[in-house]
Write a protein that binds this ligand. Structure first.
Ligand SMILES: [Zn+2]
Length: 250
């Protein structure tokens, strides 16, 4: 039977392209060595790399950049007919973004540990393994075979930083897990929020899944981050937003 080989060849082709992007991103000074390719019907929609330095945006990872560009190009906000090939296992922010985009299949090269070993603190998806957060999705997640994984790991070798460590964030609602990870990645030290994620969810917003992370230790690994809910009156005002704009009307 030929089919599995065909699948493997196309997987290899697209993942190799993502790895090439990782090198390209560093070579042109755009950011860190990570690449991501989005494919639809066997065609490359976008091929992107980390843009953190050039955009001055700590959340401009290869995966989030690819999702933004693909949605723009396809002129829609869901990518359920698309696959992503990432040079490295996505961090929890990017994983959250992949989930929100409804991408159906993800193949990655290097394990997050390989990036962590080289000093990349953003690669914390490991913290999510076994917590059920990865497993609650319908995404098929696969690591590449041995050789391509090694080639991908070799890309994790350069560091630079963009930080907001002297900043506070005030959010109308408790951040979703993607945003929570983005906050961690940005280095922000203090977050104050109004409405609880549960209130948003009760009004039909599926993205506020930060609840799934409570008690898993993921929040607690953000040792330097102070997270506080606002006082009672402000919470009520913030929660009224969802009553005014339930998901069906937004
Ligand atoms: Zn990421």
């Amino acid at each position: 039977m030929e089919y599995p080989n065909v699948v493997q060849d196309r997987d290899e082709k697209f993942l190799t392209k993502a790895i090439e992007e990782a090198y390209k991103g560093v070579e042109c000074g755009h950011g860190r060595p990570f690449g991501a390719v989005i494919v639809c019907n066997d065609e490359v929609v976008v091929s992107c790399h980390n843009m953190v330095s050039i955009y001055k945006d700590p959340t401009a990872h290869a995966e989030t950049t690819a999702i933004r560009e693909a949605c723009n190009k396809l002129d829609r906000i869901e990518l359920s007919d698309c696959e992503m090939y990432a040079s490295c296992e996505p961090c929890s922010m990017c994983f959250g973004a992949i989930e929100l985009s409804r991408i159906k299949r993800l193949m990655y090269g290097a394990k997050a540990e390989a990036a962590i070993a080289m000093g990349y603190k953003a690669a914390i998806s490991d913290a999510l393994r076994g917590t059920g957060v990865n497993q609650t999705t319908e995404i098929e997640i696969k690591q590449a075979d041995g050789n391509l994984a090694i080639v991908a790991e070799q890309a994790c070798n350069k560091l630079n930083r963009t930080e907001l460590s002297d900043c506070n964030m005030y959010a109308s609602c408790e951040p979703c897990s993607m945003c929570f990870s983005a906050i961690q990645i940005s280095g922000i030290k203090r977050v104050m929020y109004g409405a609880k994620a549960d209130t948003a969810r009760a009004m039909g917003y599926r993205s506020p899944i930060s609840d799934a992370l409570r008690g898993t230790g993921v929040y607690q690994t953000a040792a330097d981050l102070e997270i506080k809910q606002a006082n009672h009156n402000l919470v009520i005002i913030a929660e009224e937003i969802f009553e005014k704009f339930p998901k069906s009307s937004a």
